[in-house]
Ligand binder design. Structure first.
Ligand code: MN
Length: 342
């Protein structure tokens, strides 16, 4: 998905700062951890049949969870006909997009030559690296659209790799009362073959009403529980629906209890990135100049059509009303320098 905000705010990402607001101090056995609740911000994505997404990352008080740098949840939305979601070709740099659906079906086309369906229970992971463009259109058969779009920041050593695309359907595993689908990284002996450039975890977690699970985790990881349905407790702290419960590094086990309703959530995690990154629109870079150059190159190369084989390549097959559709122009840059927040 694209960040389709009309005026995307500068989203400078710095190392997460320790914050005590809205945190709850809880004691779990031998460790004392803070569970920080991150509330979503509703963002209209624009377009004729606009979707509204619930953005839990980034936000003022937290920029990153491991290398995860962007989390948009959407739906369930009742939709009719093809193109309820219709995101024209748009660029990415310096990141991976991770598409995970609970319901619906989305056609993905990218300039690495991939055409794929995004379907419930299978991950589509696109490594943008040096630069890619892609389009996403929900299919005519889709009546309910419901899912999560996540981005992972690439570390400096890997952010200029050639772009590529991966698709993987994890086998659901049972543990305690839970069903888990590990789509990135490794958990409970289950590992995903998709490419991660830093130590990373992504899994769907389902619990029946009244269910409980203890999940052994890597203590070097930060974790986030992105609650879709239900209102579980995480380390004893209630995480309301649509919110993200953050657990800092140090935990060796995560305890999740569903409470009175079934739980559906994503568990994400990873080693702290340890790098400053600069995110604006659909680009992740390191400096103002670099992001300005990415934008200029997108505008000239693709939007103005001056070079079909440059950094962002070419997307085949994206159509609007049976004719080739246009790429998405970049928004105007703000009148201030893009710079990391101190
Ligand atoms: Mn995108």
């Amino acid at each position: 998905m694209s960040n389709l905000e009309k005026n995307p705010q500068e989203l400078p990402l710095v190392e997460p700062v320790e914050t005590t607001t809205a945190s709850t101090l809880v004691s779990t056995g031998s460790t004392t951890e803070r569970v920080e609740l991150l509330e979503p911000r509703e963002v209209p994505l624009g377009g004729p049949r606009a979707l509204t997404v619930r953005r839990t990352l980034p936000q003022k008080k937290r920029s990153l969870i491991g290398a995860w740098c962007f989390v948009d949840s959407y739906g369930p939305d009742q939709v009719n006909g093809r193109g309820a979601m219709d995101v024209p070709p748009h660029p990415h740099t310096g990141l991976q997009t991770v598409s995970w659906l609970y319901a619906g079906e989305i056609e993905h086309r990218d300039s690495a030559g991939s055409f794929a369906l995004v379907e419930p229970g299978a991950v589509n992971l696109m490594t943008a690296g040096a630069g890619i463009q892609h389009s996403e259109v929900s299919t005519a058969a889709t009546t309910i659209l419901h899912g999560v779009q996540l981005w992972v920041a690439l570390p400096d050593r890997s952010r200029n790799v050639a772009p590529f695309f991966e698709h993987y359907e994890p086998t659901p595993i049972a543990h305690d009362d839970a069903t888990l689908r590990v789509f990135v990284g490794e958990l409970l002996g289950q590992s995903s073959p998709v490419t991660a450039f830093t130590k990373l975890l992504g899994a769907q977690l389902d619990l029946p009403a009244g269910g409980r699970v203890n999940i052994p985790v890597d203590p070097t990881f930060e974790h986030g529980l992105i609650v879709d349905a239900g209102s579980p407790t995480l380390q004893g702290v209630t995480v309301p629906a649509a919110q993200l419960g953050f657990v800092p590094a140090g935990a060796t086990e995560l305890t999740v209890e569903a409470g009175s309703h079934p739980l559906r959530a994503l568990l994400i995690g990873g080693e702290p990135l340890g790098e400053r990154i600069l995110m604006w629109w659909n680009f992740v870079g390191r400096t103002h100049e670099e992001v300005v150059a990415f934008r200029a190159q997108w505008q000239s190369e693709v939007v103005a059509g001056e070079d079909a084989d440059g950094r962002f390549g070419h997307v085949d097959g994206y159509q609007v009303d049976g004719r080739p559709g246009r790429a998405l122009p970049a928004p105007e840059l703000p009148n201030v320098r893009l710079r990391p927040r101190d």
